[in-house]
Design a protein around this ligand. Sequence first.
Ligand code: FES
Length: 116
Amino acid sequence: MLAVIETTPPINMPTVTFITPDGKQTVIKNTDGTLMDIATENSIEGIEGACGGVCSCATCHIHVTPEWIERVGPADETEQDMLEFEEATHPGSRFSCQVELTPDLDGLIVEVAPLS
Ligand code: FES
């Protein structure tokens, strides 16, 4: 199943695709803020964002697909410490609240981590 959501621009902001563990793909255009912001605003299943984006709840875990890992960049030390407590870790594991969207992330594809 594929859903496409077009939000009000800022112009030249990226299009991002979320893939949930059940295989549903949601394409969100003209994004702004963090990956967690757009996931919760668009009701992406499995992204709760309970702490509001301060990297303390682990309810926004995503897997960046391999071709995007370098461009998204690594987790900082605080995020890495939190990720160590997650079961469904992956080389592209990030907390979506810590990934700020920029124009160079246009086309980004991320998978929502399965609930642990
Ligand atoms: S929203 Fe809580 S860790 Fe990301």
